[in-house]
Every structure is written in C-alpha cells, then in structure tokens.
Design a protein around this ligand. Structure first.
Ligand code: PRT
Ligand code: ZN
Length: 298
C-alpha cells in the first residue's frame, strides 16, 4: 500500500457538487455530511479535505494536500500576491466556467479606466492588468456584493466574475472588458512532469479519463456505402470510425467515438447526407486518452 493521497475540495459552494462527482466517477467512494473537514475514502488510499476554496492553493502549495480543485481565478489571484503560492494547474476540469470582467453602470459615460476607481475582489489581477496596460487607476478591495459599489458612490466601475450575466443585468451594469476566462482546475504542488508518486499519476489519469468522457459521445448510424466518406468527415473529433457491413446490400453501420460535442445541427447534417437511425450515446469512462501526461522525468 502506497502513501495516502490527500485531495482538497471546496466544502460547500459552486465547486462542491462537480468536484465531488469527479472524485466519485473516478472510483473514489466517500461520504460527507457537509460539516466534516476530512472524509476518508472507503475503497481507496485517499483522504478528502473539505475546506473553503480560498484555502486550497495554499494547502496544496504547502504539501498538506497532494491535489486540489479550485477556480483558475482564485489560483491566479493568490499567485499574484503571495510568493508562497506555488501550486500549478495540471488539468482543466471543464466546469464552473466564468470570466473576470470589468463592468460599469449602463448609463455611465466611462470610456477608459484611466484615473477611475475600480471595486473588485481580485485586486492582484486587476493591478497586473493596469500595470501591463500602463493605466493609472485606484483599486478598492471588496469581498462581497461588488456589483452594488457604483450605486453607493464608492467606485466608477467593478471587476467581478460573470457567468450568465444575470447579476449584471439585475444591477443595471454592462460588461465592457474581459480580463480572464476561468474554469475549475486540478492543482498540484509541482508540474505534472515532476510528479513522481505513481499513485498520484494514476489518479490524475483517471480524472482526465472522466473529463474527456464527459465531452465524448459514442455515435452509431446507418448509411449507404457511397456516403461513408462524407459522413465520416462530419463526425466531430472522431478518430477512426468502425464500418460494419449490413445485411442489406450497399448499406453499412458506422460507429465512432466523438471527442467533441455532437449537437443537433451535426445530427441534422448527418441525416441530410444520407445517415439514418442515428444514435448518440454518453460515454462513462475513457482510459486511452491521457493527452497531458506522458512519463515522469527521471
Ligand atoms: O465559501 P467559499 O470561500 O468556499 O466559496 P466562495 O463563496 O468564495 O465561492 P463560490 O462557491 O461562490 O464560487 C467558487 C468558484 O466558482 C469561483 O471562485 C469561480 O471559480 C466559480 N464561479 C463560476 C463563480 C461564478 N461562476 C459566478 N458567477 N463564482 C462566483 N460567481 C458570482 C459572481 O461573483 C457574481 O456575484 O456569481 C455572480 C454572477 O453570476 P451571473 O450568473 O449572474 O453572471
Ligand atoms: Zn472563497
């Protein structure tokens, strides 16, 4: 039995549900009642630390946790202001997508950030942005309800996370510049190439398999032999489809693992090109992907 692996995830909030599902789909069984700080997996050598998302980069940087799941926004902000935050993102997880962007009241005449006051929970990232663009402006750090600050007269504009845009709309704000896109990432204290613990590597591969499977679909359809080429071209991200002859003459079944989303539009195009009985099925796990990881350095 190898050393126990510790993974830090958010205890409650926007990242919790997806983080928990990723671990469970990767074969780590555990239960949590929302109160416990530590959950021990019942079937693997894994402990799960349940904490505030803001604590995750530092727990991983210090080696208290081997891996963590956090938004790129939090990792990037903390890395700008604290040299002890050395954790690295090793895998994009595809959930909790949002962007950090500047927004102003819809009736504001603001044309540039020059000499303006910006309210934000991300002072480090905003400061870097201003410095890079040689803009002189004042930053006010606010921890919550940033969107109200222009109305109580303490800021000209804000820089905050946006996903659907509903919060901006409800507060009569409009976005005018995006600073960074963010999604949840898996973090580790070192680059993936420098991880030497084989059990951690195997676990990262499993996570990658689950993430890739989530986007992948298995497509099965029937077609005329003379439309095979056309149809294979339309299958998004399909590597090498399987072509199986059907009992009916000049008819084949085409099976393909598509690594990109299969939209209704794609299915309609397939139909227009002679495909019939089109089935699109979810894929649960994929083991052969491993785009990220090749082998550890000696
Ligand atoms: O208690 P703890 O410290 O753990 O949680 P938290 O309150 O700091 O974070 P939480 O759970 O709110 O968010 C965790 C992570 O989710 C963030 O760090 C982001 O990486 C990600 N995420 C994705 C978001 C959003 N989308 C998001 N929309 N985090 C916050 N928001 C907020 C935003 O600040 C604004 O108030 O939602 C509002 C805007 O949403 P829309 O949909 O109206 O545009
Ligand atoms: Zn937080």
């Amino acid at each position: 039995m190898g050393k126990r692996i510790t993974i830090a995830i958010q205890r409650k909030g926007r990242l919790f549900e997806n983080s928990k599902n990723l671990l469970i789909k990767s074969g780590i069984n555990f239960t949590t009642n929302g109160e416990k700080l530590l959950a021990r997996s019942s079937n693997m050598n894994v402990d799960i630390l349940l904490v505030r998302d803001d604590d995750i980069p530092s727990l991983v940087s210090k080696g208290v946790a081997d891996l963590g799941i956090v938004g790129q926004n939090v990792l990037a902000e903390q890395s700008t202001s604290n040299r002890k935050i050395t954790a690295k993102a090793i895998l994009d997880l595809g959930f909790s997508k949002c962007r950090l962007a500047f927004a102003k009241p819809s009736n504001s005449k603001l044309r540039s950030l020059k000499n303006k006051t910006i309210a934000t929970s991300y002072p480090g990232l905003v400061k870097n942005y201003l410095r890079k663009n040689s803009i002189n402006a004042e930053i006010i750090k606010i921890n919550g309800s940033v969107e109200l600050t222009p109305y109580i007269g303490i800021a000209d504009c804000i820089c905050d996370l946006i996903s659907s845009g509903a919060t901006l709309e409800a507060n009569n704000l409009i976005e005018f510049k995006s600073l960074m896109n963010s999604e949840a990432v898996l973090i580790s204290s070192s680059n993936i190439k420098n991880i030497s613990d084989i059990n951690i590597i195997e676990l990262v591969k499993r996570f990658e398999g689950v993430i890739n499977a989530a986007e992948s679909k298995y497509v099965m359809l029937n077609a005329d032999t003379n439309s095979i080429k056309q149809i294979c071209k339309l299958l998004p991200g399909a590597d090498s489809p399987t072509i199986i002859p059907l009992q009916q003459k000049n008819k084949v079944a085409i099976h393909a693992l598509c690594s990109e989303p299969v939209f209704w539009e794609t299915m309609e195009k397939l139909k227009q090109n002679g495909a019939s009985s089109i089935l699109v099925m979810p894929v649960e796990k994929i083991l052969n992907y491993c785009l990220l990881y090749t082998s550890p350095s000696p």
